[in-house]
Each structure stands twice: as C-alpha cells, then as structure tokens.
Design a protein around this ligand. Structure first.
Ligand code: TXA
Ligand code: MG
Length: 326
C-alpha cells in the first residue's frame, strides 16, 4: 500500500497530484480545486463521468464564502453542523471550475471533521475537491485498506483509521422562493436534526427529502458489492421460507447467507460498507431483511444505500414472493 504522511500528502497535492484522505464519513480522493489537471485526475482515476459534480472541502466557513453566495439558512446550518457531515449546495461564484459543477450554477461545499484532513487543508492555498475514493459506482471506502483494494498502489493514501460515521454526508440545498430546504442525498445528519435547527430561525420553513432523480449524480445502482445482494421487504428474519432461500442461492450460484445489521443505526452505518466489502472479498452472496422501523432518520439514510447496493429486491405477497432484478 502506498501510505503517505500528512506532510507528503500536502506536497503531492500542491504538485497537482490526487491523494486519498480520511474524512469522518468515508475516504475521499482529493485534488486541489485551483488546479485543472488535478481535477481531471480525480475523474480519470475513478473512471467517473463528468456529469457527476464534486464536493469542495473547505478549511472553514470563511474560505467557503469565497466560492459561493450564501443565504441566511445555509449559513445557520454551517454554523451549527460544521465541521461535519453536512454538504451545502449554493449558487457558485465565478472562481469555481466547470469541472467541479459540470457547468451548473451551484457548488457543493463542506468542512470535513477529520483532524488529518483539516491539517492538510490548513497548509494548502486551495480547497480540495474530494469524491469518495472508489471506482465510480462501487462501494465507498471507510479505511485505508479499502482504498488500496480499489486502486492497488496507484493512489497514495493517508491512513486516518476507520471512518467514524461510515456513510456519506447529507447533501442539502435551500430553495429561496419556496422557503424550503431540499435534502438531495440523505446522510449522517437527519432531516429531523436539520429541521429543528432551522425552526429556531423560521417557524414556517420546510424540509423535503427529494428522490434520487432530481439530484445530479444520484444513481439507481451504486455502492454495489461484487456478489449478489438480495434486499427483502415484508418478511421476518426468523421465518424466511426455505424455498425462497433455495431460489436466491440458485440465482446467486452459491449458498446465500443472512446479513443482519446492528440494532444501533450509528454502528450499522459504521460497518455498512465494510461488511459489503467483506462479502465481496469472501465471494459470499447475501440477503438482508428490511425491518419495519427503518423509515426514520439515520435508518432512512441506510435504506437509501441498501436500495442502491442491492441487485435484487424481494417483496412478500399474500402466499408467495416476487424477486425483481434492478
Ligand atoms: O461524505 C461525503 O460527502 C464524501 C466525503 C469524501 O466528503 N464525499 C462524497 O462525494 O460522497 P461523492 O462525489 O461520492 O458524492 C457527491 C454527491 C454527488 O454525487 C452529487 O449527488 C452531490 O454530491 N453534488 C455535488 N455537487 C452538487 C451540486 N452542485 N448540486 C447537487 N448535488 C451535488
Ligand atoms: Mg461516492
């Protein structure tokens, strides 16, 4: 593995290279936003299409103000949740490259919480664009080892341990003329937490979770493991019909195994991508049973990831079931 120190990473980034860095959510593949060749390297390394815009990581709120036009509510959210796993989409200023935004009028900004990432940002003359450090569409990495699995030794990595949150930041955009905050990607910070902060400043403001197709780069298939993954709705883990298990195993080409998540959503999130990578490594096809109480908050974000990561959705009918390939 090509592990590098904070000082080495800073030098490499300064020279226009890309380096994988730890954040509190997932590892990011970072490059300086004022260096177009670094931005191109991010896309080519990940094999990422240009239509998927990048998040710009800033050292603080002051720096973020150089790149976007801020409204009052986005500012309140940044003051409350930064540094941390909240990404704010704002009207961009002219100094933001079209490579970052795919020529769009807005830019996504966040101040990450990881101390090593912040140390590096504080030494550089530019913020860092950093998508998750995985090949496009694959499972996001939550450790330096995962980054190595993705890119072998082609990418230098700063090892900052396992990511504490384990899934990506919440992406939000305030829509002025509707007085509404849209959640474009559910993530670590829940709609309830966001709404309770905003209500302090405006009792009438609304928070709306929008569906994937309205957010650029939000795809139906994402995070998928290298082994068949079945997601089951309407079943009890303890009483899965044996015929269904046989049918899933046959489809998978190998005996299938039940995957259960921790009862604590925080722990489940921390282990989510790690578990998916372990199943891929062990060639172990899996099924997971969605629980009735998973509609809210962090569970909702986990369900978003599970639905995208699954290859098959299985739903229970009165007497039988339906398996749909995604
Ligand atoms: O937690 C995270 O956000 C991680 C760490 C590394 O910071 N980063 C991350 O980046 O998840 P990425 O590239 O995998 O996902 C960024 C998503 C895009 O897919 C897109 O949906 C959204 O952020 N995004 C970026 N710019 C946007 C914009 N201008 N408007 C709407 N959505 C945007
Ligand atoms: Mg990603």
């Amino acid at each position: 593995m090509s592990l590098v120190s904070v000082a080495q990473a800073t030098d490499l980034l300064d020279q226009g290279e890309v380096v994988a860095l730890p954040t509190e959510t997932v590892y990011g593949l970072a490059g300086k936003i004022n260096d177009e060749s670094a931005l191109k390297k991010i896309f080519s390394t990940k094999a990422r299409p240009f239509f998927d815009p990048l998040i710009v990581h800033v050292k603080n709120l002051e720096q973020a103000k150089d790149y976007a036009h801020w409204d009052k509510f986005s500012l309140k959210l940044a003051e409350r949740f930064w540094p941390g796993p909240l990404t704010l989409v704002l009207p961009k200023k002219n100094n933001v490259s079209d490579f970052i935004t795919h020529g769009g009028p807005t830019v996504a900004l966040r101040q990450p919480h990881h101390p090593l990432f912040l140390q590096i940002l504080n030494k550089l003359d530019s913020p860092l664009a950093a998508p998750s450090a995985n090949k496009f569409g694959q499972t996001s990495p939550t450790s330096a080892l995962h980054v190595e699995e993705e890119f072998n030794s082609l990418v230098s990595v700063v090892d900052g341990g396992e990511c504490s949150a384990g899934i990506e930041s919440t992406v939000v955009e305030y829509i002025q003329n509707e007085n509404k905050l849209r959640i474009l990607r559910p993530g670590v910070i829940s709609p309830t937490e966001i709404l309770s902060e905003l209500k302090k400043w405006d009792k009438k403001i609304q928070v709306e979770v929008v569906r994937a197709e309205n957010s650029p780069g939000n795809l139906k298939n994402h995070y998928q493991p290298q082994v068949p993954f079945f997601l089951l709705y309407g079943f009890h883990s303890s009483s899965i019909p044996p015929n269904l298990i046989d049918q899933m195993s046959q489809t998978a080409g190998n005996p299938i195994k039940l995957w259960t998540l921790d009862l604590s959503p925080e722990i489940a999130a921390r282990n989510l991508y790690k578990n998916l990578r372990e199943f891929s490594r062990n060639q172990q096809p899996i099924y997971l049973v969605v629980q009735k109480n998973w509609g809210n908050d962090l569970w909702e974000s986990l369900l978003d990831r599970l639905n995208k990561a699954a290859h098959f959705i299985v739903t229970a009918n009165a007497e039988s079931w339906k398996i749909e390939s995604k």
